[in-house]
Every structure is written in structure tokens, then in C-alpha cells.
Write a protein that binds this ligand. Structure first.
Ligand SMILES: NC(=O)c1ccc[n+]([C@@H]2O[C@H](COP(=O)([O-])OP(=O)(O)OC[C@H]3O[C@@H](n4cnc5c(N)ncnc54)[C@H](OP(=O)(O)O)[C@@H]3O)[C@@H](O)[C@H]2O)c1
Length: 296
């Protein structure tokens, strides 16, 4: 199987390089790759890459993920999150290739407290959410065989992440303030990559299972509880002795105004994915604890 991976340097892209390697030959590209164009600001160049490499499966982990910045560069975000994925999908349809793509809980307006299911009506609140939804729609309309995985609150051991920020602040301040009114599930890039590889294998035998799925770790939390879990776990490691924070105070989202509006309810229902692909999704705390063990 020939696999073409876009966005190899991102959180999910990095883990996909590992998880996809057992399925076949992987050509992994980033925005500055020189052999073939992997720059999503150039839809025609990326389409040409697909035509030249003729992959069996395309996995797209590239995106404009700077949610606040997207508010002031909507055209650029649209090119990266919608136009170029749409162009890839057109080429995939012509080739008969599979396209695997990632989307987000930000396609929803965050109302209520029930976990969102795939058939719920999207109503994005931000440029990021709107452009990611447009990307989903262009892929679905292209006629390409596709798998779209909506996820939330992605973290990885590599690079910066929320847990690392909390650990740093907890060594500098006695009191942290962290919002407690946005709910969701922190989801590891490693989990997303492993499920992607499993799903690709499944789809080779069951192409009828193509489509849109929600994929997040099990359980739910808010950012305040997430921070407390990070600090409690860190306390069991040597770094715990350096933590001076005594309180993680809950505050509403309104305490930290940001250019992009974020959904309060980011819970995603994963029943469809678990039953279709026969998978168990681990609790978010297991993945975060593992990531912390790796970085501490
Ligand atoms: N992060 C989250 O919390 C989250 C939540 C829900 C859904 N998702 C979705 O999950 C997928 C993977 O996200 P992630 O967390 O792995 O994000 P990420 O770490 O920001 O990775 C995105 C990748 O896209 C690359 N990129 C940026 N501009 C590009 C361009 N012009 N051409 C090609 N590549 C470009 C980035 O490169 P640079 O790093 O060099 O800019 C990065 O390698 C995305 O579809 C995202 O929308 C993420």
C-alpha cells in the first residue's frame, strides 16, 4: 500500500509517521518539503503531488490550527483548511484513492451538555470552525472514498502543550486561574494515529464504513480539572518538589477574552466509531498520565 502523508511535522502527523509505517510505504511531506509540494497555501501544487505519486491512501494531518490567529487571516485559514483538502479530495476521487482527514469539535456551537453525535447540525463559532467545516463538506461532496475523524483538545509529548504550560506556571506562581466552563476530552496524538492505522486496515475490507466519525479519548473534563490532574500526577515525580502552586482557581471563559469564541460543550459521542471499528477508547487520564511520564 502506498500512503501519502501531509503535515508530517504536526502533533498528529508526527505520530502518523510511526503508526502508518506498518501498513506500507509512506511518503511524508511538510509545507517545506522539496521533492514534492506539501505546502497547503498552494492547492494546485498539492494536487499535482497527488497526481505524481498516485497513492492508495492519502492522510491529511496539515491544517491551520492557530484558532485565534485564524480570526484575522480567514482567507489563509480557508485555503489551508478547506480549499486544499478539497483539491486533494478531487484528485483522490479521480485516482480511486482513500482520503483520511481530521476535523474538530469546533464545528459545533458548544450549546447544551450532551455529547455531540455525527448527525447533529454544525454551527461553528469561529473562522477555524467554519473553515474546518467547509473542508469536511468539500471532501464529502468530492465523491472520494473518505474517512473524516473529528477530535478535540489534542496533545502530544513532542512540542508545546497545555500540560507543559501548567507545569511551568505551577513552578512560578502560588495561584493559577484556569477556566472551568469548557468541557471535552483531552486526546493524544498517539491515540489518533493508532486508530487511524486500524481504521485504514478495516476500510480495505469494509469500504461501506467510509464517512464521518467522532474520535476522542473516553471520559470528560474541563480545563481546570485537567490542570489539577496534571499537577497531581506531576507531584508523584521529582518535579513535584519544584511546584509552588497551592491553588488552581476556577474562572469562567470570560476571564480570558480571546479573538476566537470557543465552544463550552466540546463533548463528542464516539459510539459510532467504537461500534463500527470494534475499538475501545482509553480514558483521557490514562493518555495524559502516560504523556507526563514521558516528559517528566
Ligand atoms: N490541536 C487540536 O487541539 C485539535 C483539535 C481538534 C482537531 N484538530 C485537527 O487535528 C488535525 C491535526 O492537528 P494537530 O494538533 O496535529 O495540529 P498541528 O500540530 O498544528 O499540526 C498541523 C500541521 O500543519 C502544518 N502546516 C501549517 N501550515 C501549513 C502549510 N501552509 N502547508 C502544509 N502544512 C502546514 C503545521 O506546520 P507548522 O507547525 O510548521 O506550522 C503542522 O505541522 C488538524 O486537522 C486539526 O484541525 C486539532
Amino acid at each position: 500500500m502506498n500512503i501519502l502523508l501531509f503535515g508530517k511535522g504536526g502533533q498528529v502527523g508526527w505520530e502518523l509517521q510511526r503508526s502508518l509505517s506498518v501498513l506500507g510505504t509512506v511518503t511524508a511531506l511538510d509545507f517545506d518539503s522539496t521533492d514534492h509540494c506539501g505546502d497547503f497555501s498552494n492547492p494546485a501544487g498539492v494536487a499535482e503531488t497527488v497526481r505524481a505519486l498516485r497513492p492508495d491512501v492519502i492522510v491529511n494531518a496539515a491544517a491551520h490550527t492557530a484558532v485565534d490567529k485564524a480570526e484575522s487571516e480567514a482567507d489563509f485559514a480557508r485555503t489551508l483548511n478547506a480549499t486544499t483538502p478539497g483539491a486533494i479530495a478531487q484528485e483522490a476521487a479521480k485516482l480511486g484513492a482513500w482520503l483520511v482527514h481530521y476535523s474538530t469539535d469546533y464545528v459545533f456551537d458548544g450549546s447544551g451538555s450532551r455529547p455531540w453525535v455525527e448527525t447533529d447540525a454544525p454551527a461553528p463559532l469561529s473562522v477555524y470552525g467554519r473553515t474546518k467545516l467547509e473542508g469536511e463538506q468539500l471532501i464529502a461532496q468530492s465523491g472520494a472514498k473518505h474517512l473524516i475523524l473529528r477530535t478535540s483538545w489534542v496533545y502530544a509529548a513532542r512540542g508545546g502543550n497545555f500540560a507543559k504550560t501548567m507545569l511551568r506556571l505551577a513552578q512560578e506562581r502560588e495561584r493559577l486561574t484556569v477556566i472551568d466552563d469548557q468541557w471535552g476530552a483531552p486526546t493524544g496524538a498517539d491515540l489518533l494515529a493508532d486508530v487511524t492505522a486500524h481504521a485504514i486496515r478495516h476500510l480495505q475490507k469494509h469500504p461501506e464504513d467510509a464517512g464521518l466519525y467522532h474520535l476522542v479519548a473516553a471520559g470528560e473534563t474541563n480545563w481546570n480539572e485537567y490542570a489539577k490532574f496534571v499537577l497531581a500526577t506531576a507531584a508523584k515525580h521529582p518535579v513535584g518538589e519544584k511546584i509552588v502552586a497551592k491553588e488552581v482557581a476556577p474562572v469562567p471563559t470570560s476571564a480570558f477574552p480571546t479573538p476566537a469564541v470557543r465552544p463550552h460543550n466540546s463533548r463528542l459521542d464516539t459510539s459510532k466509531l467504537r461500534s463500527t471499528f470494534g475499538l475501545t477508547l482509553p480514558h483521557w487520564q490514562a493518555g495524559v498520565a502516560r504523556m507526563l511520564t514521558e516528559i517528566l
